[in-house]
Design a binder for this molecule. Sequence first.
Ligand code: FES
Length: 272
Amino acid sequence: MAEASLPPAPRAGLLGSAIPPGKPGSGVAQKFPRSDRRDSWWVAPLSQAIGLAFLGAYATWAAFQGNHYAYTGEGRDYLSPFYSPLVNFGWWPLSPALLILWIPLGFRTTCYYYRKAYYRAFFADPAGCAVGELRRGYRGETAFPFILQNLHRYFMYLAAIFLIFLWADVVRGFIIGGRFGAGVGSFLLLANTTLLTLYTFSCHSLRHLVGGNVDCFSCAVAGGPRLKTWSWVSVLNEHHMGWAWLSLATVCSADFYVRMCSMNLIRDLRLF
Ligand code: FES
């Protein structure tokens, strides 16, 4: 076919879309919050905004309290996960949680899943796929402050160390009056640390580290074990969003439970 008889190629819109800017379906070139989508695309960012605002507000409040973070009554030894590891310095006038929480906070804030969630929920950047944006330019995460998101891998290393302390808290939670035993709080701490472990080990950065950066496992050093580890992490990684929400909910719930016990507002039920 002669070239002259071909229909003219569509002009590329923003982000390489074949739909010209401003036309139906072009998404980014439309005004916020216009979209040609027919589904309830706003439900996800709205529920994320409510969930993150509620749990974030509780976590901030609890971290600044500086009291009722441990319950040692009736032979128990429960410690709120917001205060673990417990570092109490005489010279530090504020809550001990503020000395350590920058690590889990940095880990969560730079998490690939949470980035997607809060960019959509709070910045509407974008609020959803093919939804008009507030911002016209796009520089990605190449400039301050969003360039700091690249620190995620280093927060992941530190967060993994925190798990050691949290598992030690679980062991202490299953000792009542010097013997093996358990109350409701013991299982709450166990559930929380299990979910935090699943959240950490399903991290995208970890997946890349153990095998995502390998092109040929049979050619790489320790390729077999790396392939196995990468496969396990990949299975966990598929549910990273679920682990992120569940662990955020349990970490707040565990703090709340310990706080209520410590304030004698509820009594920890002994199970065995
Ligand atoms: S990507 Fe979410 S914790 Fe690493």
